[in-house]
Write a protein that binds this ligand. Sequence first.
Ligand code: TXA
Ligand code: MG
Length: 339
Amino acid sequence: METVVINITTEYERALNEAKRLINDGQVVGIPTETVYGLAANALNEDAVKKIFVAKGRPSDNPLIVHIAKFEDLEPLVKEIPEKVKIMAEKFWPAALTMIMKKSDRISNVVSGNLPTVAVRMPKSDYARAIIESCGCPLAAPSANLSGSPSPTNAKYVYNDMNGRIPLIIDGGSSEIGVESTVISFAENPPRLLRPGGVTLEEMTELIGEIVVDNAVLNKLEDGQTAASPGMKYKHYAPSADITIIKSDFETFKILCESEENITALCFDGEDKNLACPSVTYGNINDGYSQSARLFDALRELDEMGAGKVYARCPNTSGMGLAVYNRLIRAAGFKIKIL
Ligand code: TXA
Ligand code: MG
């Protein structure tokens, strides 16, 4: 299969028309969103959704997020809309926010991975919402990487993974946020945070009160433990490099990096100039959003450099930092040293 790439910033109408034609024909299309790129198919067409799992090489018990363009699109997908979801949607949607509810009969078990629930997101990206509107159906879409690769933040990375596997990629430039959406379940009360992302725990708690943080957000699941979010149990992207997070001040970090042979540092912007070893930076020390925008690219760069042993600076875990830490600790195989 030939994979065509259309740039939606320069060929808007053609991009929307081609996406619509292929998705209405039951095909899978790579689409831009503000978090990461998605692999989209008509969420109400079971055969089309099955093709997503094939293209991605994804286990079929890992459910997909359903993307909508406006709040009215939510009602047919769920059994009922909890009051707290209405409040959250009013305040945050469109956003990097995925909310889980009990599913309606219109959502097949292929989408929900046999769970009784469905995850729904209204993306903030105008391109993403225009594509959904143009197709006229909700779009089921996981991140557009092969299972086990990092989520792609631009069309080039989607192409690297999906060339020959899907007919079309819509190029909408770099994803602004750079890590996947916040996932929170309203199928239980109090709601449970399953994955931290672009809408922070603090912002949500301020609005709706108590939120339980699922154990898998910060900790490794032990063998036999079940995950509330099936995606948490799968091995996440870890670069070939062997990463350890170092929780310390910069001076201590510098001494450690320079006292051993062949260390590569994963550090914050500007710190690289004060290190004698090779390094890759991942954003401003005080700005979780700049860190999230850089993290997956920085991990790819470590591999491109052929980095062996990597010491990483530890992000602050408040605000957007929780999402950064959640991805970094997985990339590090949960190895952390407190100095
Ligand atoms: O930002 C994002 O969320 C991107 C873009 C494309 O929208 N999508 C994304 O999808 O990251 P994916 O499939 O890579 O991650 C979805 C996560 C998985 O960990 C999955 O297990 C979880 O959400 N999930 C989906 N439906 C669920 C459900 N009904 N119950 C619990 N977890 C669910
Ligand atoms: Mg993913």
